[in-house]
Design a protein around this ligand. Sequence first.
Ligand code: FES
Ligand SMILES: [Fe+2]
Length: 417
Amino acid sequence: MNAKEKISSSTFAAQYPELGTGPVGTDVYCDPAFYERELAAIFRRTWLCVGRVEQAPKSGDFFQKALPTFGYSVIVARAKDQKLRAFYNVCQHRGNHVELRQSGHCVGFTCPFHGWTYGLDGKLVGVPDASGFFDLDKSKLGLRQLALDVWEGFVFINMDPSPSQTLEEAMGEQGRDLVGYPFDSGTAVFEYEGTINCNWKSMIDSFCETYHVPVLHRHSVKDTLAGPDNPYGRLIDCRIKGPHRTQSVWGNMAYTPNPVQGLAWQNAPGPAVTSGVVDAAVKLPKGLNETRAKHWSLDVTVFFPNWIIVMGSGMYFTHQMWPLAANKVVWQMRGFLRPATNAAQRFGQENSMVELRDAVLEDCNTLERIQTAQDEGLITEMIYHDHEIALRHQYHVVKQWVEGFEKNQKKKGKGAR
Ligand code: FES
Ligand SMILES: [Fe+2]
C-alpha cells in the first residue's frame, strides 16, 4: 500500500467506535463549575511534569518550578543520597518561600524571613533562638514533600499524598512505547511562554489536529506538512492508548526549501521538526512513527492531562498547559536541541526556533475568538472531522475522569457513614 492509499483509507471513527461521530458539547470548555471539578478530579491527582533530571544532576543542585494553576511553586532538590525530592516552597514557620532563586547549588535552604534552615532532604535543621518556642518538634516540621518520580529523564510530581497510580502506571503503554528515544541529547533548551484567554483543552486541541495545516499555516509549514499527495494534511495514523494519544503527522519529502532555509536545515544539528526531513541515524522507539511510514515528519504525543511532546527524529519540543480559569491558560513550550558545535549549526538552530515559533503563533491565533464564541453561547457544539479524533478523545477522557472521580468520592462518603 502506498502512502496515498494509506492516508485516504484511514477512518479513525471505525477504529475507535466508542468515541462516536456526533457533535461534542462546548460546556466543558467554558463552564467555571466544570473547571473547578477538573482541578479536583484531574490536576490535584495526576502526575505533572516539572522538569528534567539534567536541571539537578549533582547532589546539592536544585530547581524551582512554578505551578501557575495553584499559584505556588515546588522545589526539586538532589540530596547527598543522590535522591531527587520535591517540596512545596513553603517555610513551616509562617509560610514564606524558603528559596527565591529559580535554580542553583546549595547545602540547604534558609528561609529569608527568620532564618529557619532545611536540608536538601527537606528536614528542618536549624531554628534561630529555638528556646523561645514552645514544644518545638523539629522532626515534624520538615518541608512538605510531594510524590516525585522520573520517566525517561523527565521529573514528575503528584500533589495527591497517595497517588492512585504510580508514574509508570500512569504513563502506561504510550510511555513504554517511547522508551529509548534520545531525550537526553537535547540539552540546548529554548522556551516560549504565554497567557492566553482560552480553555486549557482548546490549547491542547490546537496542536492535535492537522486539518488546519493547509489553511491556517498557509504561510508557514503548509508545504512541509501537506503536499500534492496529501493536500489536506491528513494524518498518517492516530493511536489511542488509555487516556493518552499519539498522532503521526505526514511530511512532504518532495518539499524544496528556499535558499536560506535550505542552508539552515543543512546545518542544523539534527533536522528541525518543521523540515519534514528524517535523521536515519536515530533509532526510533516502537511508539514513534509506529507504522514506519516513509512520509513521516513528526509525532504529536499527548500525555493526559496537560503535557504534549512533539517528536521528530532530530529534535523535540514539549507544550504544557496550566489552567488559570475556565477561559485562561498559561502555555509553556520548551524545545530541546542537540547542542551546536559551530556557528553554522547555531544559525540552523535559530532558524528552527523561529520557524517553530511562527507556526505556533498561528496555532494560538484562533483561540481567544473561539473562547469568546463559547463563553457567549454562540456555539454550543463542535463538529469534528475524522482527523480531529484526538479532540474527541480528549473530551471523552476529561468527562470520564471527572465523573469517575466524583462517583468514587460519593461511594467513599457513603461507606464512611
Ligand atoms: S517564615 Fe520562614 S523563618 Fe519565618
Ligand atoms: Fe498547527
